[in-house]
Design a protein around this ligand. Structure first.
Ligand code: NI
Length: 177
């Protein structure tokens, strides 16, 4: 069990574009395993490799809601179609602790990707919540964070929370670091 540190907003790695995976190697298998351990510990629903500092196009999802149930790995995911209405949903991110904001995105997507067995896969008409999570995680692979997609009002709200959390960091006594 290897739990990796999740990089937080402000780390330049989160702003870089990740590279495509050419083939499934032992190191990719290890990366995916570490990502699942890390996601489970953090109690998140999705994680992209750059969030643990690895600039590879790998995302994992562990989504369980009343209507949707999906756990899986997507390597080199590509959103091939976006459709449905633009919908607003509240999003959070393990790399931006404590910030939850309304983000507008297309309702449904089609996605193609490679499985951990190196097989080309395609999902058509992905569920609403899963569509949301995949779009969020694919953004990470392109160095985009959900706070980049906020309207002015929501961006102000996020900025205030981020600023407050920075101050709390500063006030922490050294023994707690
Ligand atoms: Ni995120």
């Amino acid at each position: 069990m290897t739990i990796k540190e999740i990089l937080v907003c402000g780390n330049p790695r989160l702003r870089e574009k990740s590279e495509k995976v050419a083939k499934i190697s032992k190191s990719i298998e290890q990366l995916v395993s570490d990502m699942f351990d890390t996601l489970q510990k953090a109690k998140g629903i999705g994680l992209a490799a750059p969030q643990i500092g690895v600039l590879k196009r790998v995302i994992i999802i562990d989504l369980h809601t009343k209507d949707e149930d999906y756990t899986g790995v997507m390597i080199n995911p590509e959103i091939t179609k976006k459709y449905g209405e633009k919908t607003v949903m509240q999003e959070g991110c393990l790399s931006i602790p404590e910030v939850y904001c309304d983000v507008e995105r297309p309702e449904f997507i089609d996605v193609s990707y490679m499985s951990l067995y190196g097989k080309k896969e395609k999902m058509i008409g992905v569920g609403k919540m899963l569509s949301r999570v995949i779009q969020h995680e694919v953004d990470h692979l392109n160095g985009v964070l959900f706070i980049d997609r906020l309207n002015k009002e929501e961006r102000m709200k996020a900025a205030v929370i981020l600023e407050k959390s920075k101050n709390i960091e500063k006030q922490k006594p050294e023994s707690n670091l």
